[in-house]
Design a protein around this ligand. Structure first.
Ligand code: ASP
Ligand code: MG
Length: 404
């Protein structure tokens, strides 16, 4: 088989782990598989490099920072290629640039424009295992860029998409759970989840996979597997795919949580939209991505407007709020979390919302803003109700390990 395997920072944190991966690569190679290995920086290397840069200057030059950060992944792939080579398997490491990753010029969050796979092909045709540095590329002018935090997942999926290969992402968890097991110990490991559900889970808080990589996998229909590094039993782990087989019997696939939410409100605005346009221009300048935005028309023909953001962002917005003029004030409510129930079954099953509300009501849990999409229902609830809400909803929707 042709497989792109990706190993995250926690799976390549030590030389022992790197050697164990090399051993696994040797076994796969001997079984006749063709492999590309994508690796992240060892352990907390990326954070340490950022900290170093911040000690040098308060205003770090982004171009230089990208060059610095790219060395984290380079270190892993060179060591891994050496380790694989030492076992008698032909291997070569490539930086993102050498591998042909052509990106936009946006330092620290570059987008992949294309991958020129000429060099990569050449090494694959030579029978080598190619070890590619994740998270990086270069502009057409050869300026080194990085793809944004967690970007190695995207490197791996992009290669798989380009070559039409399968992609296995290996990490320090067994796969995708119905709910984060740290929050709900009974949580069940999902064998399958759709791209759409995974995208919602990823951007609504389940940090196991970078959202962008799932988006890319979905776009190019890349078979995507997520599992624990070096787990021999491949039935443990989660396949992320277009359609799963359990659609009918499971209206809710999982629950995800986003902590530290602030609800921001501006009431009694005129309908002309001038204030809102000003507000959004400011938010764009602050580079804030708002989560849920909602606007209602009151009976008096005025507009009430609200949105969520995290606490830190709400602080930034308030600090700059004088730019918006004095006539309207933003009120902020702190101390919330956002809980989202996700499942492709939501659009086809009736009564899900009422079950959610009945369950919360019966347990004395209050909810504030509610939003829904075809495959999710999200509610803001108070922080103090976090554990209880997860428990009662997890139980109500059978998200725990099934009783035999
Ligand atoms: N090393 C990079 C980071 O820590 C990229 C990655 O791990 O995916 O964000
Ligand atoms: Mg990651």
């Amino acid at each position: 088989m042709n497989i792109v395997e990706k190993y995250g920072g926690t799976s390549v944190g030590t030389l022992e782990q790197i050697s164990a991966i090399a051993q696994h690569v040797k076994e796969m190679y001997e079984q006749g598989h063709h492999l590309i290995i994508v690796a992240s920086a060892m352990g907390k290397t990326t954070n340490q490099l950022i900290a170093l840069a911040n000690q040098i200057s308060d205003h770090v030059n982004k171009r230089e920072l990208d060059s610095l950060l790219s060395t984290g992944e380079q270190k892993t792939v060179t060591l891994l290629a050496m380790a694989i080579g030492a076992l008698g398997v032909p291997a070569i490491s490539l930086t993102g640039y050498q591998c042909g990753f052509i990106t936009s010029h946006h330092h620290a969050h570059a987008r992949i424009k294309d991958i020129d796979i000429t060099n990569l092909r050449h090494h694959l045709d030579d029978g080598k295992v190619v070890v590619v540095a994740g998270f990086q590329g270069a502009t057409e002018n050869g300026e080194i860029t990085t793809l944004g935090r967690g970007g190695s997942d995207t490197t791996a999926v992009a290669l798989a998409a380009k070559l039409g290969w399968e992609c296995h992402i290996y990490t320090d968890v067994n796969g995708v759970y119905t709910i984060d097991p740290r929050l709900y110990p009974k949580a069940r490991l999902l064998k399958e989840i759709t791209y759409d559900e995974m995208m919602q889970m990823a951007c609504l808080g389940a940090g196991v996979l970078e959202t962008r990589s799932v988006e890319l996998a979905s776009k190019y229909n890349v078979p995507l597997f997520l599992g624990r590094a070096l787990e021999k039993d491949k039935s443990r782990g989660t396949w992320i795919m277009e359609k799963t087989k359990h659609l009918e019997d499971m209206p809710i696939t999982g629950i995800s949580i986003k902590d530290d939410y602030a609800i921001m409100r501006i009431n009694d605005l005129p309908t002309d939209g001038v204030f809102i346009a000003r507000l959004f221009a400011m938010i764009a300048r602050l580079n804030i991505n708002l989560d849920t935005i909602s606007q209602q028309l009151s009976e008096e023909g005025r507009v009430n407007f609200s949105f969520y953001c995290n606490e830190e962002q709400s602080e930034q917005i308030l600090e700059h709020s004088e730019e918006l003029g004095e006539e309207y004030s933003i009120t902020r409510m702190l101390g919330f979390i956002k809980l989202s129930l996700i499942g492709v079954g939501i659009s086809t099953h009736s009564g899900i919302a009422s079950k959610v509300f009945d369950t919360l009501n019966a347990n004395g849990i209050r909810y504030y803003m509610i939003t829904s999409s075809e495959i999710s229902i999200s509610l803001t609830i108070e922080k103090k109700d976090r554990e209880k809400a997860i428990r009662v909803l997890g139980d109500a929707f059978d998200l725990g390990v099934q009783k035999k």
